[in-house]
Design a protein around this ligand. Sequence first.
Ligand SMILES: Cc1cc2nc3c(=O)[nH]c(=O)nc-3n(C[C@H](O)[C@H](O)[C@H](O)COP(=O)(O)OP(=O)(O)OC[C@H]3O[C@@H](n4cnc5c(N)ncnc54)[C@H](O)[C@@H]3O)c2cc1C
Length: 683
Amino acid sequence: MSDNKIERHLYDVVVIGAGGAGLRAAIEARLAGKRTAIISKSLFGKAHTVMAEGGAAAAMGNANSRDNWMVHFRDTMRGGKFLNNFRMAELHAKEAPERIWELETYGALFDRTKDGKISQRNFGGHEYPRLAHVGDRTGLELIRTLQQKIVSLQQEDFAATGSYDSRIRVFQETTITELMLDGDRVAGAFGYYRETGEFLLFEAPAVVLATGGVGRSYKVTSNSWEYTGDGHALALRAGATLINMEFLQFHPTGMVWPPSVKGILVTESVRGDGGVLRNSDNKRFMFDYVPDVFRKQYAETEEEADRWYADPDNNRRPPELLPRDEVARAINSEVKAGRGSPAGGVFLDVSTRLPAEQIIRRLPSMHHQFKELADVDITKEPMEVGPTCHYVMGGVEVDPDTGAAFGRVQGLFAAGEVSGGMHGSNRLGGNSLSDLLVFGKRAGEHASAYVDTLQVRPRPAKVDVAAAVEVALAPLVRAAASSTGSSADSSTGSSADSSTGSSADSSAAPSADSSAGSSTASSAASSAGSLIAENPYTLQQDLQAVMGDLVGIIRREGELTDALKRLHELRARVANVGATGGRRYNPGWHLALDLRNMLVVSECTARAALEREESRGGHTREDFPAMNPTWRRINLVCSLSFGEVHLEHKPVPAMRAELLALFERSELSKYLTDEELAEVEEQ
Ligand SMILES: Cc1cc2nc3c(=O)[nH]c(=O)nc-3n(C[C@H](O)[C@H](O)[C@H](O)COP(=O)(O)OP(=O)(O)OC[C@H]3O[C@@H](n4cnc5c(N)ncnc54)[C@H](O)[C@@H]3O)c2cc1C
């Protein structure tokens, strides 16, 4: 394909991702006077952020005046089991309230307390009610508000320049497949319009990754189709590093029935608002699962737990509000012990705890979701719930203050779920929405400042653009070759390319679903050198089976070793993935391109999970069931070199003395090594 068929754009800052982190970064870049592009794989407005239900954690002290940034910082570090990047946790706790109030200046309308302040609700692991919310549709309000701010900036630009898009433009349904480099500097990004399959090249000296999570590598997940770890993989391929990819959050409460909706999230607000978990013996089992590190803060009897809702100052919290990793493991154990619900989960009951009208008012989406999808009326009967892959704590290793990616690449920034460090080994509910705002703003600001330091703009090399085109077209070329029996060389590449613009689905090739036959057959065929291309859907299922079965909520050495072997086998098959049809809206082709991202990110997760010989937060090793203070000092960092994932140990930055002083020694002794404790005592 010649370059002139590629739509070219020139920007200062390109933001990949239009969730909360991306939009907040883009607003900041535009406010800094930078020409800014926002790119979104899905429709504008349809990101995970919009699905966030419970709220955004910020220590505003509206519901309990004892709350402040120090308490929030402590809770976040405890939730992450002290593996958090302390500086990120500190910035987050200090700046979250300001970011929430700022949203109100953009037009957000949060639920109010009786005296007119922003209302704050309880959530797992937060000592005080801290989540600013709008019913159980907080993310919708957040995205609506940020989009409204962007529209208002575009209106200003129209008044000044006659064009709405002159300084900030949204490219929706556009997937970025490759970052462009000029030496070690970011020079832009390459991708395609999902609808037409046409290519785009963004030339820009700074890129902010805000692509969210990786959940689609698991079958049971709350994540939607876009979350294939693209930003993580783009960063790796550009020379940046990923940190602590073994830590995945399995949210304790996903729907388990009917099968078609398995994994869809049941918000933690249900438990925050009084919902309790019971097993098939009708026992409120969470009291049996309070770990030592949390024993002082959690109630020991149902009576005390129930009193806490009305009098939190004089009672301890219900154990249903333990951090998510603890609750997910507890549910897993109950089901394994044969005390699960009929559909393989446990019961979550709010119907016996709150009057129906309160449930409908406080949890309208949950009421609707269960009625529509499972024909369950949650005001009258319990829900059936079980763990679902929800959030990745690991991500792009970044400088905490600026969001600049570590590694050898310059001009790359990351914010939101795609970045790592902030949440340590386990994220507290509500801390993501505030993370997006705090670090989205910082990434936008520092990406803009970086652009100002450049004397010469980096330029993408023609050869790299051509390579990106070739990689993007390869699945189509392969499928075309396997259907005609010809070899998938570059001449076929140009023939696939020349079909661009013609109606895509006119191809006589078999449909994506029927072409692969059984995965074993096609895999065998491919290893025998045959031309049969692999079916992307089959490959995704096989990848999901490896990750779900062998790198799931409870992990073991033998299974992780097996997972790595199978991922290695999948590599060869993914390299042979084909997609029938043309470039016009072709989901099989899109998935074929996503698969290489899913695979490399999954390999990072499996490698790090095998390496970390302890259990902490979102990483549970059956063969190493305890937290190990020596491992707390270690970050596992992945990089990519000549297509191979490398893993190295890096020390966790030591917390500043005044932050350590916020914790009692008895608490620190649960996390730190003796050597570290001795140092603390000397200070
Ligand atoms: C159902 C659900 C409920 C949740 N509830 C809460 C809650 O109550 N409180 C809380 O704090 N957190 C919650 N979370 C987590 C939180 O919503 C996410 O972690 C957060 O929204 C991530 O925001 P983000 O800006 O990093 O990315 P996202 O909002 O996930 O946006 C990612 C963006 O990147 C785009 N993208 C991805 N790949 C590409 C590519 N290759 N090219 C171009 N664009 C790309 C996507 O299209 C999307 O626009 C919830 C998550 C889910 C799934």
